[in-house]
Structure formats: structure tokens, C-alpha cells
Design a protein around this ligand. Structure first.
Ligand SMILES: Nc1nc2c(ncn2[C@@H]2O[C@H](COP(=O)(O)OP(=O)(O)O)[C@@H](O)[C@H]2O)c(=O)[nH]1
Ligand SMILES: [Mg+2]
Length: 561
């Protein structure tokens, strides 16, 4: 079979390589998609793409023998019963097609998951669908070059409108249909069913053309290029290779498309010499711009061809164009050239799109990775700065707490001093009480306590705490502002995070109130202790008085000093 050239591809370990790289099914939940996986898929696509792109020479070369254990009794698959888009295909191609379908579904799944920002994913989905369709011939070129006329001449009928003004405003997909009918499928997208035999073999797309005033028309035309299995680039013989055509060609090249050049309106040229001249000019430019050798350049006159067909005849140049197109669809032309090429192009189309998208995805992922690394470094920097800040704050905090503690201890110490001083002047509890009470009025201790012990302790504590909380707030504010700036610099909204200054200030005020309350409680406790001491003294006084009464009543009270 002329298609045996496909067999080698079936033996490729593309799928295994893909699976090894981590691409499993349409969903890749864990681990998160990485550049490595993108590379894996791109690598896996490569051998299939390479096989599909094999040069014409390799076509028809017998492929390796079927690997089915060589047994002559093994049942051979029923050759010729499998179809692709209604066309009969051999088992090897069928197997290849199956693999490609799985691979493409994986690829779509992977891209959707890993680079959802990649707008062109839809192109791969469309290209994947195209595998189930007929060979797709897309006619492009500047408006008025004669694209619609060329298609009409191919079909032998004026199925499409022609005109000197940009007439084909929308994409028109021409398909076979027993009854002529036009359906509007999507935005700017018509399907026209025509009972023309050629359309049993191929779907043809008429585009609005490039170099049109309406940008939308240009976009529609460009968007259809990736899906094409073969691009017919229609040029007008009287203005071949304009600047916009050169630009559009480089766009087509980007997608790795096979392009044939149709030089239309050759009836406007003077003689065959001019036709050859224009053909040579187009061929030279095409070689240079597309990087191909011996590009197909077909000079025609769509006008003359349709006129001839309508009279039941044919026109030689146009017949060459038709042979060329048909050579892709069957077993090649009379010499077997292009045999199997159509199938090869068809299978290659989604792979080209996939390769393009993986290239773009790899760039996106590499970029994202670089950004993530940078962010990680910054986060680590912030982390380190915070650690440092915490250590510094803890050191300062210790010092300030010590200051507060000193103030409290000072009060405690003075309290002890007072008691000591009092006790030193006495020789025992009883005497202490006597001494104290003999001094005069009730509450003498309390008064002295207040004056000598507490003094301005509370005011001092308040001041110390206020200073401490103020210091905390100031430092935190500065630190916080620095982090907020860093977060803002990364393009995030700091107010969406925990870095809310107002809330934080409220928290600091609450902390301050709590600290003051704690000091108050401590002071109150000391007051209670003083009151208790007073009460004890009162008790001692009472018992001393009772002793006095019970003991020597005559003994006159020796006043204390
Ligand atoms: N002389 C001449 N005119 C042609 C030929 N083909 C198309 N035209 C004219 O060129 C104009 C544009 O043709 P059309 O097919 O609408 O171009 P499109 O915009 O590329 O689809 C129309 O006026 C056609 O009649 C041709 O082979 N020879
Ligand atoms: Mg047109």
C-alpha cells in the first residue's frame, strides 16, 4: 500500500514518553503541571509530527512488517473496513489515528489545566475535531484576488458571490449536500451545502481575505488558517506579492502549513512569457518566505475556466490546479506524486497546532516559574526580616518589661522598708501594735503607706506602659508599612490581607488598657495588703488594751515614744 510509510510511527514510544512525563488522561490533578510535563508532551508529539512530515521520497517505502507475532495463521484485520471521515483507511493508519486522538485529548486537557490563559486552546480543540472531517482546503489571499471565483471554477458553478468589492464578508465552509442549502452556524461562519462531486472528497473554505478595511475580516481569515490541511494562496497576476501578502505568508508559515500558490487572472497578462515571469517571481518569494524548495505555483484564469466548464469543456491551466488538489485526496497524480500526502497532512494538522501551543505554553510556564521563584525569594527575604525584627523587639521588650518591673519592685521594696523601719523600733508584735497605735489616730499606717510606699508609682507605671505600647505601635507600624509596600509592589492589594492598620490600632489600645488594668490590680492588691496589716494592727491594739485592763489596772499608761 502506498500508505505503508505510516507504519514506523506506530512503533514510536510517544505515548509511553508522554505517560512517563506525567501526562495522564485529560486531567492532571497532582503534581501541578510543570514545564517538564509540557516538554514531555512536546517531545512525545515530535516523533509523530516528524513521521507525518516525512519527505515525498519516503512515501511508498514499505514500512516494517506488522509486528503481530509473524504467525501466518494469525487472523488478519479486515483491511478496508475502517473509515476516517467517510474514507476507507488501512489498519496502520487507523491505529495511528487512535493514538493521535488520545494524545490530542491529553494535550487539550493538559493545556486547559496548566495554561488556561492560552487563548488558542480553542484552535487545538477545533483541529482535533477536524480529524473526523474531510480534508480541509482553505482558500486565502487578499480581497479581490479572485478566491471566490477560483472556488466557483472548481465547482463548475457560481456558488459563491464574486465582485470587485470585498464581497465575502464571512467565512463560508463548502460541504457536499444533495440539496443546495446555506446554514449559519456560528458568528461569521456559514456552511453552504452544494451538490458538487468535488465536495465529496474535500471541504473547501472561502475566507473574506486579507488586506481588507474591516479588521474583523482579517481576523476571521487568520483564525481559519490553523485548521487548514492545505492552504491555497490566491494571488492576482496583476499585483503578485504585495506587502500584506508577504506579511500574511509569514503568519501561515508560523503554523507550518503546506501552501500552494494560485496566480489568478492570468488572462490579464499579455503572453506566456509574462505568465512565466510572474510564476518565477512568486516561486522565488515563496521559497524565501516559507523556507521551502520547489513550491507549487499554479497560474490560472478562474474566469476562463468557469466559462469553459459552462460550455462543457475545460481549460488546461485550471485542470492542472484541479489535478494538483485531487492528487492529495487519492493515490496521487498520474505519476503517483503526493500519494498519501493528503492523509499525512490531515493527521499532521492538529499536531502542528499542538506543537505551536506547546511552544507558547512552555514560554508561559517558564515565565510563571521565574515569577514564582522571585516571589519565593522575596517571601524568604520578608521572613528573614521578620525574624530579625522579632528578635530585636524581644530584646527591647525585655528591657522595657524590666523597667516596669523595677517600678513595681520599687513600690514593694518601699513597703518592706516601711514595715522594717516600724518593726525595728519595736521588740515584738504586741509592742509593734502598741507603738503603732500609740502614735495616735486610726489609719496612721494607711496614710504613711500611701505617702511613702505608693507615692507616684501608679503614675510612673502608667507612663512606662504608655511608652512601651507607643514604642510597640510605632515599630509595628513601620514594619507593617514596609511589608504593605512590598505586597503592593507585587501587584496585590494589601487591604485584602491581615494588614489592616485601623484594626491593629484598636488592638494596641486594648492591649494598653489591659496592661494598665493589670497594674491597677497590682496596686489594689498592695492596698488590700496594707488594709489587712492595719486590721491586724487594730486587732493587736484590741488585745493589748484587753491585757492592760485585765492586768495592772493601776499601772498608769506609759506613753510610747
Ligand atoms: N479578468 C479576470 N477577472 C477575474 C478573474 N477571477 C476573478 N475576477 C474578478 O475579480 C473580482 C474579484 O473576484 P472575487 O472572486 O470576488 O475575489 P475575492 O474577493 O478574492 O473572493 C471580480 O470582479 C471577478 O470578476 C479572472 O480569472 N480574470
Ligand atoms: Mg470572495
Amino acid at each position: 500500500s502506498p500508505r505503508n510509510g505510516w507504519a514506523g510511527v506506530g512503533a514510536s514510544d510517544a505515548i509511553e514518553a508522554l505517560v512517563a512525563a506525567g501526562a495522564k488522561g485529560a486531567v492532571l490533578p497532582t503534581p501541578p503541571p510543570s514545564v517538564d510535563v509540557a516538554r514531555g508532551i512536546a517531545t512525545a508529539l515530535a516523533p509523530i509530527a516528524a513521521a507525518v512530515k516525512k519527505d515525498d521520497d519516503s512515501v511508498g517505502e514499505p514500512g516494517p512488517a506488522p509486528s503481530a507475532s509473524g504467525s501466518s495463521t494469525a487472523p488478519t484485520p479486515a483491511v478496508g473496513t475502517t473509515t476516517m471521515a467517510g474514507k476507507i483507511i488501512d489498519p496502520t493508519t487507523q491505529a495511528l489515528l487512535e493514538r493521535e486522538r488520545v494524545l490530542l485529548d491529553d494535550a487539550v486537557g493538559f493545556l486547559t489545566e496548566s495554561t488556561p490563559s492560552l487563548e488558542e486552546i480553542g484552535l487545538l480543540v477545533e483541529a482535533r475535531k477536524g480529524l473526523e472531517e474531510l480534508f480541509l482546503l482553505v482558500i486565502v489571499g487578499e480581497f479581490n484576488a479572485g478566491k471566490s471565483s477560483v472556488i466557483n471554477a472548481m465547482l463548475g458553478q457560481k456558488a459563491l458571490k464574486e465582485g470587485i468589492l470585498p464581497t465575502t464578508n464571512e467565512i463560508t465552509v463548502l460541504k457536499f449536500g444533495e440539496k443546495p442549502r446555506t446554514e449559519q452556524s456560528k458568528d461569521g461562519f456559514y456552511t453552504q451545502l452544494i451538490p458538487a462531486d468535488l465536495l465529496r472528497e474535500v471541504n473547501i473554505v472561502d475566507t473574506p481575505g486579507t488586506n481588507v478595511i474591516l479588521e474583523r475580516q482579517q481576523r476571521l481569515t487568520e483564525e481559519f488558517v490553523p485548521r487548514a490541511d492545505l492552504v491555497l494562496f490566491v494571488l492576482s497576476a496583476d499585483r503578485p506579492m504585495t506587502e500584506s501578502e508577504v506579511k500574511f505568508l509569514s503568519y501561515i508559515r508560523k503554523w507550518g502549513k503546506k501552501v500552494a500558490f494560485v496566480i489568478n487572472k492570468c488572462d490579464r497578462l499579455e503572453n506566456q512569457g509574462e505568465v512565466d515571469e510572474v510564476s518565477g517571481f512568486v516561486a522565488d518569494n515563496a521559497e524565501r518566505l516559507l523556507g521551502v524548495t520547489d513550491p507549487a505555483v499554479l497560474p490560472v484564469s478562474a474566469k476562463a475556466a468557469l466559462a469553459a466548464k459552462e460550455k462543457g469543456g475545460s481549460e488546461l491551466d485550471f485542470a492542472r490546479l484541479e489535478d494538483y488538489i485531487l492528487s492529495f485526496l487519492g493515490a496521487g497524480d498520474k505519476k503517483g506524486k503526493n500519494s498519501g500526502e493528503g492523509l499525512r497532512l490531515k493527521l499532521g494538522t492538529p499536531l502542528q497546532v499542538g506543537t505551536m501551543l506547546f511552544g507558547a505554553a512552555e514560554e508561559i510556564l517558564a515565565q510563571e516559574r521565574a515569577e514564582a521563584v522571585e516571589e519565593l525569594q522575596q517571601a524568604e527575604g520578608v521572613d528573614a526580616a521578620m525574624d530579625k525584627y522579632r528578635a530585636a523587639m524581644e530584646a527591647d521588650f525585655g528591657a522595657q518589661v524590666q523597667a516596669v518591673r523595677t517600678a513595681v519592685n520599687g513600690a514593694v521594696g518601699r513597703c518592706d522598708d516601711l514595715l522594717d523601719a516600724t518593726l525595728r523600733l519595736t521588740n515584738g508584735a504586741d509592742l509593734f501594735a502598741t507603738y503603732v497605735l500609740g502614735n495616735g489616730a486610726n489609719g496612721a499606717i494607711r496614710e504613711r503607706y500611701k505617702k511613702e510606699v505608693l507615692g507616684d508609682s501608679e503614675a510612673k507605671l502608667r507612663a512606662a506602659i504608655k511608652e512601651h505600647t507607643g514604642w510597640l505601635a510605632r515599630n509595628n507600624d513601620n514594619q507593617l508599612r514596609a511589608y504593605a509596600d512590598a505586597v503592593r509592589a507585587r501587584g496585590f492589594d494589601p487591604s485584602a490581607t491581615d494588614l489592616n492598620l485601623f484594626e491593629r490600632e484598636e488592638r494596641i489600645a486594648a492591649d494598653e488598657a489591659a496592661a494598665i488594668a493589670a497594674v491597677r490590680a497590682e496596686v489594689a492588691a498592695k492596698q488590700t495588703a496594707a488594709a489587712e496589716a492595719e486590721a491586724k494592727a487594730a486587732e493587736a491594739k484590741a488585745s493589748a488594751a484587753a491585757k492592760e485592763t485585765a492586768g495592772d489596772g493601776a499601772d498608769d499608761s506609759d506613753a510610747d515614744d
